[in-house]
Design a protein around this ligand. Structure first.
Ligand code: ADP
Length: 357
């Protein structure tokens, strides 16, 4: 029996977005339907790259049950962007769908490590991703991405981001003298960041831009957050109480700026030992509990892995996803939860606008 559009739509209404818990027709994700007798071709726009497999599988099953014999399900890996009609047109980085700031209450908790691995993880799931290294106090991206000592290509007055490990990256470390401290205050940082990260850089169209903020809640992270129309922020914390107090301050900073918190990541959660047991060094679960108390999403825990430190020092984050499966799983879980939170936020909220420019 030949199928009609209503039957195909009814079948697709049984498929739910795994993060948004609504069906893909109601969410407006079905962009095209072509029917030729019992051959059906549908095109679905995803909210997160991570939902690709499950939505493709369920759509195929639903269409088969409705009587389709030849099925083509095409999905775009693009995440949903904040509604362009909900706010004034963005003046800064309009080609970027989602800007995610990664912050921490203090240095050394693994903020840059997570920023780099979240960027690579999202890219590995099919998204187009940029990484902006704004940690002027200790730009570690040149080392972590394996581009130390390299200069970005320049076209006219503009910088072309590096293209490494599948992501587009700009690092302040490539533009300042190594081993010299940068002493910046708010107004100076404002001008320099604006030029470097938006006016003077040729970013391609991006699904996600991950911004590695300077640690803490001082002038400079504040300035960078105000400058960028951020979709939301991720706060990285280690689980011991003294670190959590700092993390709470970082959360408060984002909240005061009106930036939604997409979630908290617990880094250095514990250390797996060779005999299969774990060493609970900093008090596993502390950041998760803090997230609960603050009523914020918890994005996941990353244990201490020697490989992670070695791969970071060697400039090869891709290896974190292809080597130790437990490490890859912990990172992928964080990436998936984050992508889910971004899509939830975009469903609910209007486009973020600039606070100050
Ligand atoms: P931050 O950006 O917060 O200052 P970094 O990301 O630079 O911190 O991390 C500090 C150091 O700790 C780096 O050498 C990094 O490789 C290491 N590191 C971070 N997280 C882990 C982890 N989960 N396991 C092992 N080493 C880690």
């Amino acid at each position: 029996m030949p199928l009609n559009q209503d039957q195909v739509l009814a079948a697709l209404r049984t498929v739910k977005d795994p993060e948004l818990f609504k069906d893909i027709v109601t969410l407006g994700m079905v962009k095209q339907i072509d029917i030729n007798d019992t051959a059906v071709h549908v095109r679905i726009e995803l909210n997160t790259p991570t939902s690709k497999e499950i939505i493709e599988r369920e759509a195929r099953t639903a269409l088969m049950q409705a009587g389709a014999t030849t099925i083509k399900v095409e999905t775009s890996p693009a995440p949903r962007a904040p509604s362009p009609t909900a706010g004034p047109q963005r003046a800064v980085l309009p080609q970027v769908k989602n800007i995610i700031a990664v912050g921490a209450g203090k240095g050394g908790v693994g903020k840059s490590t997570l920023a780099a691995n979240i960027a690579v993880g999202l890219q590995r799931m099919g998204a187009t991703v940029g990484l902006m290294d704004g940690d002027i106090y200790g730009p570690s991206m040149p080392t972590m991405l394996g581009i130390k000592g390299q200069q970005p290509e320049v076209r006219g007055p503009k910088i072309i981001p590096f293209h490494v490990h599948g992501i587009h990256a700009v690092t302040i470390g490539a533009l300042v003298e190594q081993d010299k401290p940068l002493i910046w205050r708010g107004p100076m940082a404002h001008g320099a960041f604006k030029q470097l990260f938006s006016d003077n850089t040729l970013w391609p169209e991006l699904d996600y831009m991950i911004v590695d903020l300077p640690p803490g809640t001082g002038d400079v992270p504040l300035t960078l957050c105000q400058l960028l129309p951020i979709t939301g922020a991720v706060v990285v914390a280690t689980p011991q109480q003294v670190a959590l107090d700092d993390a709470v301050r970082a959360v408060k900073m984002f909240q005061q700026l009106g930036a939604p918190i997409l979630g908290i990541v617990e880094n250095m959660s514990y250390m797996p030992l060779p005999d299969g047991t774990v060493a609970d060094i900093f008090g596993r679960g502390g950041a998760e509990k803090a997230a609960q108390n603050l009523n914020l999403p918890f994005l996941g825990a990353l244990p201490l892995y020697t490989e992670l430190r070695v791969n970071s020092d060697a400039g090869d984050p891709t290896k974190n996803f292809t080597g130790n499966p437990k490490l890859a799983e912990a990172l992928n879980q964080i990436v998936q939860n984050l992508a889910g939170q971004v899509s939830l936020r975009n469903l609910r909220a209007p486009a973020p606008e600039l606070n100050i420019i």
